[in-house]
Design a protein around this ligand. Sequence first.
Ligand SMILES: [Zn+2]
Length: 191
Amino acid sequence: MRCMMCESISLTHICTSCQKKHLTPTIYKRKLQNSIDVISFYKYTDIKKLLLSKHTNLGYYMFHILAQNSFKRFADEFVFDTKLASIAIDDNIKSGYSHTAILNKHLNSRYIKPLYNKLIAKNTISYSGKSKEFRVKNKRDFITKSIAQKELILVDDIITTGETLTQAIDTLHKQNKEVLFCLTLSDMQNK
Ligand SMILES: [Zn+2]
């Protein structure tokens, strides 16, 4: 096959030299209104093309490669005093795989235990391209399944207005859970 980034012959969808050159993560932080940090790893324009593949057959491979380079590295270096649980937004399977479940799976490490299908949006209306007002008016209406751990990490693929993460955190707070921080691949405001 050919590398999706440089088009040279490659054994993987993105060749090792492109992974090194373009997918070495940086830690970017943004604070939500509730003052919880959202950590992201890439500038949006740097991985935009790869993120768009999430609706194609290639998406599964792309998210694995992105997660290996960012979420997995983060988890391998992450140290905490107890084992935390990580849960992902929208990790219910729609078309064969969930891209946020792939990111979450790569957090599996000494101090992080990924949990699946714990946070479900009753309102599945698309927020794509919609304003913050629209998102506030049409809440996702999250419900949670039982989670043993009190302290959590929240996972999503991208952050745009921050409204989805904020709504998810509100729901978890009502269940007496504490969200320590959120992890996303990219912040759309970070171009
Ligand atoms: Zn390449």
